[in-house]
Design a protein around this ligand. Sequence first.
Ligand SMILES: Cc1cc2nc3c(=O)[nH]c(=O)nc-3n(C[C@H](O)[C@H](O)[C@H](O)COP(=O)(O)O)c2cc1C
Length: 340
Amino acid sequence: MRKLFSGTKIKDLELKNRIVMAPMCMVVSDDRGYAKSWHEIHYASRAIGGTGLIILEATAVESRGRIKNGDLGIWDDSHIEGLSNIVQNVKISGAKIGIQLAHAGRKCEVKSEKIIAPSPIAFDNSYPIPEEMTKDDIKTVIDSFKEGARKADEAGFDVIEIHGAHGYLINEFLSPLTNKREDEYGGSLENRVRFLKEIVREIKRVWPKNKPIILRVSAEEYMEGGNHPEDLIDIINMVKDEGIDIIDVSSGAVVPANIDVYPGYQISFAEIIKKGTALPVIAGGLITEPDMAEEILKNNRADFIFLGRELLRNPYWPLEAAHKLNEEVEWPYPYRRAKL
Ligand SMILES: Cc1cc2nc3c(=O)[nH]c(=O)nc-3n(C[C@H](O)[C@H](O)[C@H](O)COP(=O)(O)O)c2cc1C
């Protein structure tokens, strides 16, 4: 059997294959973060197309945690109903679904919001200087992540992904380039990890024990003085016992930097993190070919493959990939006459 189409189980999360839809902001919500018909159709299409695990786009745990006006929100109980509709529509087709809990920090572009970060340093000239977070701000945001997880469970998500990547708030605490604090949340690695550690600890109070938690990281910051995969190993090893089950390995966007991208450019980071933390990893970046996905899994370089833009281009990628790899998979019954 092709590994791409082998099932697996992590805690109660039972997956039919190793194909993960990467979180991708749709920016089609309204200015209050509510889910729209677009979200239901968009995610259900990828479920029909055979994706094993769909991870919903960055969903803000606070309104000032949105990247853009139009991002999904999970800061109010009234968001649960719309999110739950997405979940139900996805599950009809046998896919599992997660949600990425996010806070933009200094990369919030919503003009009406007060922007916060560990230190008052702007991402670049186009962004305002954020306010340095007080201890009260830190407590409030940690609580918002916890509340976000509670709502995600109520909406029926199988898994949550904590957004610790791409230079958003959690990543801003983790990186020595963006965290210049002199209190217990800055300075040493142990201090920079504290914010994430407290978030995971609080989430665990409300998130069911049998449902896994994914952490997305930027494994490489592409800048001298920033975090590299070996630093991420240390960071992950400091938090994993709090309750992290899977690492989703991405990179960059912490500071403006030039990145040399090519198919598989992040796979070696995933490999390093898998070896150094002994946790299952989701790897990807410009993957389009089923053979390449299979090679990465078979050589034990990663446990799951994420696809972003390729699934936007082709929601039926998994069904077509199975055909290309000579793997027998069940097609949705109404589509049986079109089976390749
Ligand atoms: C339209 C779009 C929106 C994205 N939004 C998010 C997001 O909400 N959260 C996130 O972690 N990454 C986001 N990303 C990054 C993707 O998850 C993924 O890591 C990236 O596109 C590389 O994978 P790919 O080459 O398969 O597209 C986004 C990417 C795209 C193209």
